[in-house]
Design a protein around this ligand. Sequence first.
Ligand code: SF4
Ligand code: SF4
Length: 125
Amino acid sequence: MSSDEVLSDFECLCCGGCCAINGFVCVSANELQEIARRLGLSVADAHERYTVKRLIAGHEAVVLRDHLGTTRCIFLNDENRCIVHPVKPRQCREFPVGWKDGSSHTHCAALQRLRANEVGTCRRE
Ligand code: SF4
Ligand code: SF4
């Protein structure tokens, strides 16, 4: 079974794990504009309420806030759903397939399940 075949079976378990990673979700000006429109806010309000600036690899970036005192993204609700799902940032849309550093499986229960199944179907010749 190839990696592509495995990923074609990918089914998100809505565990919220990828939205609670201790890291950053960068958001571009265009993405913030879409999020603001979705939420019925001005861009300035969305910027103030939902983003902070962080130095990442020596560059200042605009990133999404977390819920206070947690690593859960500010847009993750109590049911582990993203309240801006249709307009979520590219970094979120690319998870887990677009994450090239190989760390996706450490955060994603669905990927772990697929990998376990893949091992289970492996046969010796
Ligand atoms: S924007 Fe949505 S998909 Fe992205 S980390 Fe936040 S809750 Fe998760
Ligand atoms: S960690 Fe994986 S299974 Fe959980 S919500 Fe994110 S994509 Fe879905």
